[in-house]
Ligand binder design. Structure first.
Ligand SMILES: Cc1cc2nc3c(=O)[nH]c(=O)nc-3n(C[C@H](O)[C@H](O)[C@H](O)COP(=O)(O)O)c2cc1C
Length: 397
């Protein structure tokens, strides 16, 4: 219920708290408007990290398509429906989420803030918001687990060429209490990213984001000297094992055999691929185009979501790519996602104000989502459906 608290404060009371703070000349520390937050991030970061977080593949048409797909759909508010008490909790793959909102996996977070993933994990813990830890993290998955408290945590695997290493990472994640495995399928090769190319900026080449590899017994056993003694050789080995673009559907059996937790495939955009995931006996998909960072000219992710939902599988379907507001979350849920994941905006909050920034951003998002439910005439998050939306032909921006 919306009376449930986050950080000791009812979600619905957050707005009043902010206005009351004004009586004592207290203003919010973080920009509330997401574009203002983005601008603040751009002001405090240097060109490399700024381009890495914000950039996309090629002409960045996919980033625009993601926004276009969200902007083309609009909520149609309904009246006189008793929205005095709201319910946003949802069970996802057997774990209760306080709201159908989670943190998308983002690698190398220390490039925007030294505390990186640990700061994000602390913020997630404060709010109980689920996080998905990336393989390419600046801190180990065990350190992130320790910082994330009781918030549900999932582990995102970049499936390495070395199967023994893959099995080791999966086993470590399960031992550290990650309750689902997300396997990202759209990044076997790095997309053509003009901003990063222009800055010749790829943090992993310097060893950033490789904590899970450098701490892994299988990875270490393949090195002549440990990463602490020969970092460049360790980076070289990472580049050799990071991915295997030859993987096909037949290889999914390896994942099923290696993991005890539910498996979710990230990067699915086609309904036939979703059907194939279901036929493979896996548990869910994240409809995502990696925030437009991989394939330029790809379909907007919310348009893809509609087709994947209509494939009518039994899969748990999550969504990301383009989410910037509570209204965007509501639209994704209305199209049929069970939950929406936030990506870049929490990196902006991290880059501006560390753990406090991410916690404040999430608090605002959850409060706005609660209001969005109420103002659109939905007392329960499950009431959002296709009938809550209209679609316009043009592009809103
Ligand atoms: C800087 C950055 C790093 C990312 N790293 C990963 C990653 O390590 N693993 C992964 O599966 N997705 C990664 N993603 C993709 C996100 O999980 C998510 O799909 C994307 O951010 C959604 O787009 P949006 O941020 O525009 O909403 C990354 C995205 C960004 C912006």
């Amino acid at each position: 219920m919306s009376e449930d608290t986050t950080a000791g404060m009812p979600i619905a009371a957050r707005q009043n708290m902010i206005y009351l703070g004004g009586l004592a000349d207290r203003l919010p520390r973080l920009p509330i408007d997401v574009e203002a937050l983005h601008a603040a991030f751009q002001r405090v970061q240097t060109a490399g990290p700024r381009g890495y977080v914000d950039g996309g593949a090629g002409t960045e048409a996919t980033i625009r398509a993601n926004r276009g797909a969200l902007d083309r759909r609009q909520l149609v508010p309904r009246m006189l429906r008793d929205v005095s008490v709201r319910e946003s909790r949802r069970k996802i793959l057997g774990t209760e989420w306080p709201a159908p909102v989670g943190l998308a996996p983002i690698g190398m977070q220390s490039i925007v803030h030294p505390e990186g993933e640990l700061a994000v994990a602390r913020a997630a813990a404060e709010l109980g918001v689920p996080l998905i830890a990336s393989t390419l993290s600046s801190y180990t998955l065990e350190e992130i687990a320790a910082a994330s408290g009781h918030a549900p945590r999932w582990f995102q695997l970049y499936w390495p060429r070395d199967r023994e290493l893959a099995a080791s990472l999966i086993a470590r994640a399960e031992a550290a209490g990650y309750v689902a495995l997300v396997v990202t399928l759209d990044t076997w090769l790095l997309g053509w990213r003009p901003r990063d190319l222009q800055h010749a900026y790829l943090p992993s080449l310097r060893g950033t984001g490789l904590a899970n590899y450098f701490s892994d017994p299988v990875f270490r056993s393949a090195l002549a000297r440990p990463p602490e003694e020969d970092r460049m050789a360790a980076v070289g080995h990472f580049l050799g094992v990071f991915s295997d673009p030859s993987v096909t559907w037949d290889d999914l059996a390896f994942l099923r055999d290696s993991a005890r937790v539910p498996i979710v495939l990230k990067g699915i955009q086609h309904p036939d691929d979703a059907r194939r995931v279901a036929a493979s006996g896996l548990d869910g998909v994240i409809v995502s185009n990696h925030g437009g960072r991989q394939l330029d000219g790809a379909v907007g992710s919310l348009d893809a979501l509609e087709r994947v939902v209509d494939a009518n599988t039994e899969l748990e379907i999550l969504f990301d790519s383009g989410v910037r507001s509570a209204a965007d979350v509501a639209k994704a849920l209305a199209v049929g996602a069970r939950a929406a994941l936030v990506g870049r905006p929490y990196m902006w909050a991290l880059g501006v104000a560390g753990a406090d920034g991410v916690a404040e951003f999430l608090r605002n998002l959850l409060a706005e989502l609660d209001l969005t439910l109420a103002l659109s005439g939905h007392a329960h998050v499950d009431e959002l459906g296709r009938g809550s939306l209209v679609q316009t032909a043009g592009w809103a921006r």
